[in-house]
Design a protein around this ligand. Structure first.
Ligand SMILES: *Cc1c(COP(=O)(O)O)cnc(C)c1O
Length: 386
């Protein structure tokens, strides 16, 4: 019995695809900048531990997460590599940071005080990465607050400013990178300001996937690659910008890592004129063979795919009929011969010559590939395949 024989739905992560994506970034970066992989949101739905494991096999030595719980998950799974916590930590939990041995984002003085106290109590030095505001207007410290912030840092003997960083607002959504380049200029100015405030040495990092792929001048000491390590382009615009700059013969060997599979739980035949699912939103127009899938929106299968999406059965596209429910979905397999109970069904990925990409699902559901994968429920088992 194979590992997936007893599963009604599961994810497969391709080791060779992941390695190809990391190799693509190594070619881009050379030995100039470090590659950090962002494994927040349960590794963009791929599984945080599974993804970090694949990254480690490829020699990646720096992880970025969003929450303290994600950092703890990696530590408990035995990852001893440097971790940068990008998201806010509740002040009441700053005391847990020293034992986890993770670097933290620094973005307000209340948190600096809590981290300083935690580090002092633990008799440790904590490394913080100062996030400066360059135009995304979420977490960053503005130019006006910078002097006071640095002064507080200097009065915190148990905190070390490891790096200054920022994040682009408008690099994936457009082929016009004027705003991004303004943010880059702003970033350089703010780094100079930190230096002039009397902090001589710190690292700099700015680039997520799109910037890393498009603009070498954003690489600095480290890049923070999320979506593209999973083989997904940040957007069509990023892909087009890349092809425009590098030519269609360019190295663009990103390969999707994830496949999402389920099995047919039940098969039945309906008469013409019968309804399918909640709200009776679909009525058959002929005698129809339908397949019930044990998957629904509570598994992260987007309800907006109702009556719009399709899945792969027997190497062919089978349309979704009726509404996606919490745990069940219905496919029309009338035109697909020899469909049997418990046949494998592909929701995302390849089957035969057909492929359903995260971009296809995103288009059908009115969202982006990031949301399609990151909302795949964490209870679904993940398997690493070759
Ligand atoms: C999520 C995130 C990234 C990764 O972005 P991608 O577009 O997925 O590469 C990088 N930096 C920060 C601060 C992030 O929050």
């Amino acid at each position: 019995m194979t590992a997936t024989a007893g599963q009604y739905h599961w994810l497969e992560l391709s080791r060779s695809a992941y390695a190809a994506n990391i190799a693509f970034f190594r070619r881009l970066l050379g030995d100039r900048a470090r590659l950090a992989v962002v494994v927040k949101a349960n590794g963009y739905g791929h599984g945080i531990v599974e993804t970090a494991g694949l990254a480690r096999e490829c020699g990646v030595t720096q992880f970025c997460v969003h929450t303290i719980d994600e950092a703890a998950t990696l530590r408990h799974a035995g990852f001893i590599e440097p971790i940068l916590l990008l998201g806010p930590v509740p002040i009441a939990r700053c005391g847990e940071v020293p034992a986890l041995g993770v670097d933290c984002v620094a973005y307000n003085e209340e948190h600096l005080a809590a981290l300083e106290a935690a580090a002092r109590d633990a008799v440790k030095t904590l490394r913080v990465h100062l996030k400066v505001e360059t135009g995304t207007n979420r977490q960053g410290v503005s130019a006006e607050r910078l002097a006071s912030f640095i002064a507080t840092l200097k009065r915190s003997p148990h905190l070390e400013l490891a790096a200054v960083y920022s994040h682009f607002a408008n690099i994936e959504d457009t082929t016009n990178h004027t705003y991004a380049m303004r943010q880059l200029d702003r970033f350089n100015e703010l780094c100079d300001a930190v230096k002039n405030a009397g902090i001589p040495a710190f690292e700099r990092h700015l680039a997520s996937s799109a910037a890393t792929i498009l603009f070498p001048k954003t690489h600095f000491d480290m890049v923070r690659v999320g979506i593209a390590q999973y083989g997904l382009w940040p957007s069509k615009e990023t892909y087009l910008s890349y092809l425009t700059a590098n030519g269609t013969g360019a190295d663009h060997s990103l390969r999707p890592v994830l496949s999402w599979k389920t099995r047919i739980a039940q098969l039945k035949t309906l008469h013409s004129g019968e309804y399918i699912g909640y709200g009776c939103t679909y009525q058959t127009t002929r005698e129809s063979r339908i397949a019930i899938l044990p998957i629904g929106y509570s598994d992260g299968y987007d309800r907006k795919l109702s009556n719009a999406g399709y899945a792969l059965v027997g190497g062919k596209r089978a349309p979704l009929r009726g509404r996606i429910a919490m745990n069940l979905t219905v496919l029309d397999v009338t035109d697909i011969p020899d469909v049997r109970l418990e046949d494998e069904v592909v929701l995302l990925g390849r089957q035969g010559s057909q492929e359903i990409t995260a971009e296809t699902l995103a288009e059908l559901a009115g969202t982006i590939n990031y949301e399609i994968v990151s909302r795949i429920a964490s209870h679904i088992p993940r398997f690493v395949t070759e």
